[in-house]
Design a protein around this ligand. Structure first.
Ligand code: GLU
Length: 408
């Protein structure tokens, strides 16, 4: 990943702050027994429900009021059982296309954004009217990647969402498609769902889709494929069996769901991928039924601030470190000092999250830089005792303090 490019690799971040869920299954079996895992939704207090475009717009035919009404009834039942629910809904572009009479998804960004602006009106309207039938008050929240990358905006978004939940309002979240560019897009709402899960510390992410869950192979091509009822979110084999996207309407395929589950697991949340067309799917999950595929959060949980750093999809810069510094970071748990830095990439300010790379360009970790890119260029390869003489000031002797660092 170079500076400014989206990273698919953040699922690999780990830390030892708390142990992962202890699973009593042999490490080499892909499928877990559901016996001790099926109650994640039943036990959850805070749930993020992500619904995909093809469900919300009935394969692009137009907003599916009946489906949205059904989810409203189910979410009302979850709320009555004391659970807080946030919805992440796609469908703005698909609905906008329908309203504008477009049959093919445009390739131009500004046309997609225009469609999203038109469609988001419809989404908000239908959620509001369908959910209010079930006594639920809704709020529209549109987020961009920058809202979550900037620490202050991130904290702000978090407290607004928490306030809405305390007020018993159901936030309906989507990406603010009209203002983002390709480079800064979340990309798909599965990723957004996972980031929201981490943002509000939800216990479980439920991804409702037009498929039954994750299969051992692509069920559209391989009739022998079987559904996996439960897997470990961190199992590296999942990406290989997840394949690509299968719809012209939806943005994400199974692969983005697998990665979303990895991200959510790092925040301590399990993920369930299930068909949104099944009757009472949310209620049945909440009753402890095993439906779809459950991705059990089995990887060590990151502390909230470290998780925020690991969740950055794009970074504006990075530093390359020498072997000694790489070893000190990895094996000795040290901070990164300017003397270990041999090159600076990109343009960033003090306080931004940057990547730390080894000579091969491999990301070792990331952290909050105490110095801007231009100041880092001046103090790299120099002892910390020289910082003040070179810059005329000193912030900290470390370039990135251990506490502000998350290793891969
Ligand atoms: N934000 C996009 C929309 O509402 C959808 C992205 C996705 O489906 O993953 O159309």
């Amino acid at each position: 990943m170079s500076a400014g490019q989206p990273s698919d690799q953040t699922g690999a971040y780990c830390a030892a702050e708390s142990p992962g869920a202890a699973l009593s299954h042999s490490a080499d079996s892909l499928a877990l027994s559901t016996a001790d895992t099926i109650r994640v939704v039943a036990n959850a207090r805070r749930i993020v429900v992500k619904v995909g475009s093809s469900l919300v717009t009935d394969e692009g035919r137009g907003l599916d009021r009946a489906a949205i009404d059904r989810w409203g009834a189910e979410i009302a039942a979850l709320r009555a059982a004391g659970k807080q629910v946030v919805v992440v809904s796609s469908g703005a572009v698909a609905e906008g296309m329908k309203r504008l009479g477009w049959t093919r998804r445009p390739s131009e960004m500004h046309e997609l954004q225009a469609a999203a602006a038109v469609g988001q009106m419809g989404l908000a309207q239908v959620y509001e009217s369908c959910f209010s039938e079930h006594g639920l008050q809704t709020a529209q929240v549109l987020l961009t990647h920058e809202d979550l990358a900037d620490r202050r905006r991130y904290l702000n978004a978090r407290s607004t969402l928490r306030t809405l939940l305390e007020l018993a309002v159901v936030p309906i979240i989507n990406e603010n498609d009209t203002v983002v560019t390709d480079e800064i897009k979340f990309g798909d709402n599965d990723t957004l769902g996972a980031l929201v899960t981490n943002l509000i510390d939800a216990d479980v992410l439920v991804i409702l889709t037009d498929q039954q869950g994750l299969y051992t192979a692509d069920p559209r091509k391989d009739p022998a494929a079987t559904l996996l009822p439960a897997v470990r979110a961190g199992d590296p084999r999942l990406e290989a069996i997840a394949g690509g996207t299968g719809s012209s309407i939806a943005r994400g395929g199974m692969i983005t769901k697998v990665r979303a589950a990895q991200r959510a697991a790092r925040g301590g949340a399990s993920t369930v991928v299930a068909s949104g067309r099944l009757d009472s799917v949310l209620k049945r999950l909440a009753a402890g039924e095993s439906i779809g595929t459950q991705f059990v959060a089995d990887i060590p949980r990151l502390a909230a601030r470290k998780q925020w750093m690991a969740d950055h999809l794009q970074l504006r810069g990075s530093v390359t470190v020498d072997d000694g510094a790489a070893r000190a970071l990895r094996a000795e748990g040290r901070s990164l000092l300017p003397i270990g830095v041999v090159e600076v990439q990109g343009d960033y300010e003090r306080g931004e999250v940057i990547a730390i790379r080894d000579h091969q360009g491999e990301e070792l970790g990331r952290g909050l830089s105490n110095y801007s890119s231009s100041d880092t260029r001046r103090i790299m390869r120099r002892a910390s005792s020289e910082i003040e003489a070179i810059l005329g000031y000193i912030e900290e002797p470390e370039l990135i303090h251990r506490d502000d660092l998350v290793l891969r």
